[in-house]
Design a protein around this ligand. Structure first.
Ligand SMILES: [Zn+2]
Length: 425
């Protein structure tokens, strides 16, 4: 009897990654300003690169992003059912620390409001991650002072002996502010030249600060091939693994607010083209990437693009049966459950009864099994699994029989899960 793990609830995962979000300040403004100062001091003869090319726009670029906007954005995403990942840089641009408060020149209480909004409105739908400590200059862990090295430049090739402590420090700063993290985000290519060591450091830091053995990190974007979810440092006995979450789009929302912003690159108005459509058609997780500054700056250009993209995605999936919005941690853990669980199948009573036993250290909600036969009844442990008659109604704790195959969605727990299935005659 053929049994396989299918897509969660037979839907294609979709997710929104927001990078460079941080409390109080507009990270784009400070990044550009600091990179400019750095270049004037260290590499004057080189031309400006990356966001620094927008140095002439600092006068019109907002320096701060108000907590009220974070609230509006978070509430809108919640009302639209959007899930994903939201960075919360603990010491953004080395300006102020979430665990110690911001300098006096910044509006009083804004940090507290920002933290409260992230905890109560954004975190229910988005994984919150550090994007390392400052996203600009490296912090010296002994003195807490900023150095002349940059997290996303020199530390693409980081000193391994400091890496776990550095990531751990970022996590602890957020922990002190009451923010839980199931993974981390690389500022730029941070860690990229030593990815196995970086992945190991993410695992060890998440384990020591939060006791999390199945974290994720976001480092790569692939726009030229179909995305995957590589797993690193798998230890099935201990239930340990690290998931690499790979974005499938560039930031076509507008990055700083003055970069390319075009909904058609995600999904065209006709719904027939765009990178998201290509990835969704392949049934791979469609994880789009944006930077928070553009959602606010330049008349909210990125927010307008997101609203258009979401409307089109809703048109692509009018019945809500094709896509499932997930946090990035959920996507990583579903992949772990899919790849790292042992499934054994025992058929008896003249092929009428099937016992499926799943052993795993990698739990996941709505773990969806496919089975080559028509299920008549199913029992999970002692509990009856209900039959549903449409994909729309298919959810955890139900089974669905669209044709010669059947599908069963279970809350997969750590340990042993037993399902007894009776097939139609
Ligand atoms: Zn970033």
């Amino acid at each position: 009897m053929k049994v396989w793990v299918d897509q969660p609830l037979l839907r294609t995962p979709i997710s929104l990654i927001i990078d460079d979000s941080c409390p109080v300040i507009n990270k784009a403004w400070f990044w550009i300003e600091q990179r400019h100062q750095w270049r004037m001091k260290q590499a004057k003869e080189e031309p400006p690169s990356g966001w620094e090319r927008h140095y002439d726009k600092l006068a019109i670029m907002p320096r701060l992003i108000p907590s009220e906007f974070a609230r509006e954005f978070g509430e809108w995403c919640a009302s639209e059912g959007i899930k994903g990942k939201f960075s919360f840089i603990p010491y953004p641009a080395g300006i102020g620390r979430v665990d110690q408060g911001f300098p006096k020149e910044f509006p009083r209480d804004e940090l507290d409001r920002w933290i409260d909004i992230v905890q109560t409105i954004i975190a229910p739908n988005f994984d919150i991650t550090p994007e390392m400590i400052t996203h600009t200059r490296v912090m010296d862990l002994k003195t807490d002072r900023l150095t002349d090295e940059w997290e996303q430049f020199e530390w693409c090739d980081p000193p391994i002996n400091l890496l776990t402590d550095y990531i751990g420090k970022a996590l602890k700063m957020l922990q002190k502010a009451g923010i839980r993290c199931d993974g981390v985000t690389s500022p730029g290519g941070f860690g990229g030249k030593k990815e196995p060591d970086y992945a190991r450091a993410v695992l060890e830091a998440c384990q020591s600060v939060w006791g999390i053995a199945t974290p994720f990190y976001f480092l790569h974007v692939w726009t030229d091939r179909l995305p995957e979810i590589p797993l690193w440092w798998v230890n099935q006995e201990k239930g340990e693994a690290v998931g690499s979450i790979i974005g499938c789009t560039d930031d076509w929302f507008g990055a700083t607010g003055w970069d390319l912003s075009d909904p058609d690159l995600f999904i065209t108005e006709s719904l027939g083209g765009g990178r998201l459509v290509e990835v969704i058609q392949s049934h791979r997780p469609a994880i789009m990437v944006g930077h928070f500054p553009c959602f606010y700056a330049n008349q909210r250009v990125g927010f307008q693009t997101l609203k258009t993209v979401k409307k089109r995605l809703d048109s692509l999936d009018p019945s809500g049966t094709r896509l499932i919005w997930m946090k990035t941690s959920e996507i990583a853990r579903y992949q772990m459950a899919k790849e790292l669980s042992q499934i054994s199948v025992d058929v008896s009573d003249r092929h009428q009864k099937v016992n499926v036993t799943i052993r795993t250290n990698f739990p996941s909600p709505y773990f969806t099994l496919g089975l080559a036969g028509r299920i008549r009844a199913a029992v999970l442990g002692e509990q009856e699994v209900k039959k549903v008659f449409s994909l729309r109604m298919f959810r955890e704790g139900t089974f669905y029989v669209p044709d010669a195959s059947s599908f069963l969605a279970l809350p997969l727990k750590k340990g042993v899960t037993q399902v007894t299935i009776l097939l139609e005659q």
